[in-house]
Design a protein around this ligand. Sequence first.
Ligand code: BGC
Length: 290
Amino acid sequence: MAESITDPTAPASPGARQRPAPRFPVVLEGQAALVTGANSGIGKAVALGLGASGADVVVNYVTHPETAEEVAHQIEAGGRRALAIKADVSSEEDVQAMFAKAIGHFGTLHIGVSNAGLQRDAPLLDMTLKQWNEVISVNLTGQFLCAREAVREFRKRGVVRDISVAAGKLVFMSSVHQEIPWAGHVDYAASKGGVMQLMRSIAQEVAPLAIRANAVAPGAIRTPINRPAWETPAAYRDLMTLVPYKRIGEPEDIAQAVAWLVSDAADYVTGATLFVDGGMTLYPGFTTGG
Ligand code: BGC
């Protein structure tokens, strides 16, 4: 029988699912990855997952240095190198300094995962320009700035065949809300719709350089950003009406998708968005059958 983990917080329900124990094949040895927003939630799981897959990892953070150091220590305990670097991804100066430091430390970078993101939710009529600008700056401009620096390094180094058949790999953290409109969150949905075309256009532009760019679009994942959606049994039950697969996603579900996308096993995949959402984008509300 497959190893599985029982979800301790899921209310008992006929459709409740168990989830498999995460597995990370060691296929990224000799590669260095930079993950933004890597001190909590999805970013933390991605940083740990890439470390478990054999990569050395830059753990970017903007607040709570101790949590970033802890992630770095866990990666080192697994036998890989790690470096925590503070940078606000919406600042060009910070991003350039972070890449310079990372490349100085590891010699080069092979993988860039732009994960840092935030929500500033408000109904349209109450949404302030400050909230709008903050979300667009971090979620969209931050992904542009990090992708540009990463591609500069990938292009300079080119392909090193013993390491990877690609010169570099980018993963953009999107959301189901690149596709599903989200009333009450227009800033966030707009940022993720922007990430989709940012990623696709970059993928088209850098493919001739043997650089791949893809996105992962998580659905409802158990992280602090959406705690109210899963922390009580009533909220969890409501959430499950939106998730055909009948379990909340775990950060490791996303980390495994990222680890595969940046490996040579996905070498012919570029410009794609991989939805990791338990079927949320299948619009379960539109079913007619019982
Ligand atoms: C948001 C979460 C939300 C999920 C599904 C994510 O992108 O950050 O707050 O629960 O989409 O709606």
